[in-house]
Write a protein that binds this ligand. Structure first.
Ligand SMILES: [Zn+2]
Ligand SMILES: [Zn+2]
Length: 246
């Protein structure tokens, strides 16, 4: 006789590690997958969790992060109480806080905003960026090492067509390119409280770089990161002092 694991595996359409794994077997009336265990029907995502992590205490529910009821990817599941379960679904809460426009328009987030102007929504007790949640609701789970970025440069926008995924490196450079990084946000150069280097330092840094010093070595000398050195050398910082430096 086939084991539960074998019967489970034979009916799951497994995809990428972070994607939804869809249950191809029977469904409950409310749309969850179901499987027979010891003569009784059980919801299959709960079985998926137990096969991966072990038995679930009776008083706990197994819930989806991804809003795909048929999904049995254990990474998309978490345990919660009945109270968590009965809260409005994430999709409903999300929809109630956006102003949906035409396909190509920015869809503005009408809920809470972060200090940097991005929409925020609480998901399983943690504040998350609304645009990131927008992406996940439409295209699926985003792994932790990726950022969700705007093509349209409107932080409050949650139109999935205006979003794309990039690395943290892309995010930093995207912010610099759009002038949104902290050090270029309000004031530039010496007037800015966070500046660790003077205009003369910046000039010296470029001179050292031109003389063949490594960015890392320069960073150590001035007590700043290699990334900052790189940005100084690329004139991304001290832009308003350029004429004085030339
Ligand atoms: Zn899923
Ligand atoms: Zn937009």
């Amino acid at each position: 006789m086939k084991s539960l694991q074998e019967r489970f595996d034979s009916k799951v359409e497994m995809r990428g590690i972070d994607e939804c794994w869809l249950w191809m077997g029977g469904l409950t009336a409310s749309g969850y997958g179901q499987i027979r265990v010891n003569g009784r029907n059980q919801v299959v995502h709960r079985v998926a969790w137990e096969l991966e992590y072990g038995p679930i205490r009776n008083e706990l529910c197994c819930l989806h992060r991804c809003d795909t009821l048929r999904c049995v990817n254990p990474r998309h599941l978490f345990l919660g109480t009945r109270h968590t379960k009965n809260k409005k679904s994430l999709r409903e809460r999300f929809r109630s806080k956006i102003r949906i426009g035409d396909e190509d328009e920015c869809w503005l987030w009408m809920g809470a905003l972060s200090t940097t102007g991005y929409g925020q929504i609480r998901v399983n007790g943690c504040l998350q960026f609304a645009h990131r949640v927008a992406w996940e609701l439409v295209y699926g789970f985003i792994s932790d090492d990726l950022c969700c970025l705007h093509r349209c440069d409107t932080p409050r926008c949650v139109n999935p067509r205006h979003l794309f995924l990039g690395t943290h490196y892309d995010n930093t450079h995207d912010m610099i390119a759009k002038g949104r990084a902290n050090y270029t946000n309000s004031a530039k150069g010496e007037k800015h409280g966070m500046a660790k280097i003077t205009a003369a330092d910046a000039k010296m840094i470029r001179t050292l770089r031109a003389a063949g010093w490594l960015q890392r070595e320069i960073g150590v000398k001035f007590g700043i990161s290699q990334v900052t050195v790189s940005m100084i050398c690329l004139n991304k910082i001290w832009v308003d002092n350029l004429s004085a430096l030339r």
